[in-house]
Design a protein around this ligand. Structure first.
Ligand SMILES: Cc1cc2nc3c(=O)[nH]c(=O)nc-3n(C[C@H](O)[C@H](O)[C@H](O)COP(=O)(O)O)c2cc1C
Length: 327
């Protein structure tokens, strides 16, 4: 605000480094003495400042803001902290890489008081656009034991809800496991099937034991498990088997789309996900272990959490190899 107490509000870009906030003076023309800028004159006259970082989502359960109150001053090139803040600003905002912010003073805000509202557990990856998210998403199989906030679980499920589906029927339901008991129950129940199937492949006992242990650890160790279930009751009914089978295939296809939406949403908020096909091979066992409705057909398990380590990415085929016809 100015010396008479009149608030003067401007939007700004910032970084938070070493406990202070920094924002550059990137106004054009660059020849203008920054000390003549209105906001700078105000700060020199009255260093008390407030700012609000707001987060808006269409889903209002995700709304939130942080208000910071503190004191501002100018930090000139060469002064301690200036270079570091410029580097951080250029890392956060690529646009600053081509601007001369390093030759100009920065406004430094020393926070005194924070006020926040809303569930701030969810933080979108600001640096990735949709293509970046699709390229960056990777299958992660091992997670840290850090729990996933309920609001983030909700965001992931919400993403699944918006998947395309045949006739818009949404032929899927999701079973969500976050507590240890049901995960252990499910892993124990599926272990017998895993063992039988590995035996069918004539695997030596030592290999079977290791793979069983790993599959179990993967399931029980994932902070969140979402079981994707097919739900066919709302699909169109046909008099012939062929069309009915196509209808079911469409439902399965859209279940895949729901899964992908969830994986991308998780990646978008800094988590990772993995896909386990195991339920497809023992839907009755999964249903029994979790007491799921008879009409639900478990198809896959998605595991979510924070990656314990970066996985090795699978190579992608060149696009030319995938596009058979482009007329
Ligand atoms: C339908 C489907 C089933 C999958 N089943 C498994 C699985 O049972 N176990 C597993 O570790 N990964 C599974 N995956 C993940 C794939 O192995 C993974 O997507 C693939 O190797 C490409 O790696 P990326 O996801 O990191 O790009 C499955 C993926 C899909 C789409």
């Amino acid at each position: 605000m100015d010396g008479r107490g009149q608030p003067y509000v401007v939007p700004f870009c910032y970084v938070h480094v070493g406990g202070c906030f920094y924002t550059p003076l990137d106004e054009k023309p660059k020849s203008v003495d920054p000390r003549k800028l209105r906001r700078v004159r105000n700060i020199l006259e009255n260093p008390r400042v407030s700012f609000v970082v707001d987060r808006y989502f269409e889903d209002w359960s995700q709304l939130g803001y942080v208000m910071v109150q503190g004191f501002a001053d100018l930090l000139s090139p060469g002064e301690e902290g200036h270079d570091e803040a410029v580097v951080a600003l250029r890392e956060k905002y690529t646009q600053y890489r081509d601007m001369v912010i390093h030759e100009r003073p920065l406004i430094r805000i020393r926070p005194e008081r924070f006020v926040s509202w809303g569930d701030l557990g969810v933080a979108q990856r600001p640096e990735l656009d949709l293509m970046g998210l699709m390229r960056g998403r990777r299958s992660v199989r091992w997670f840290t034991d850090e729990p996933v906030e309920p609001s983030v679980v909700r965001l992931i499920l919400e993403a699944g809800r918006w998947a395309p589906s045949p006739h818009g029927r949404q032929p899927w339901r999701f079973a969500v496991l976050t507590r240890s008991d049901p995960k252990v129950r499910l892993a124990d129940a599926m272990a017998a099937t895993w063992r039988e199937q590995l035996a069918l492949d004539n695997q030596p006992e030592a290999v079977v034991a290791t793979r069983l242990r790993k599959a179990r650890e993967r399931l029980v160790g994932a902070p969140v498990v979402v079981i994707l279930c097919l739900y066919l009751d709302d699909l169109d009914v046909y008099s012939d088997d062929e069309r009915q089978a196509a209808e079911t295939t469409m439902a399965v296809q859209s279940l895949g789309a729901a899964g992908q939406n969830m994986l991308l949403a998780a990646y978008g908020v800094g988590l990772d996900g993995g896909w386990m096909c195991a339920p497809l091979f023992c839907p009755d066992v999964v249903r029994g272990a979790l007491g799921l409705h008879q009409q639900l057909i478990p198809h896959a398990m998605l595991t979510f959490g924070r990656a314990a380590r970066d996985p090795v990415r699978r190579e992608r085929r060149p696009l030319d190899e995938l596009v058979e016809l482009y007329e």
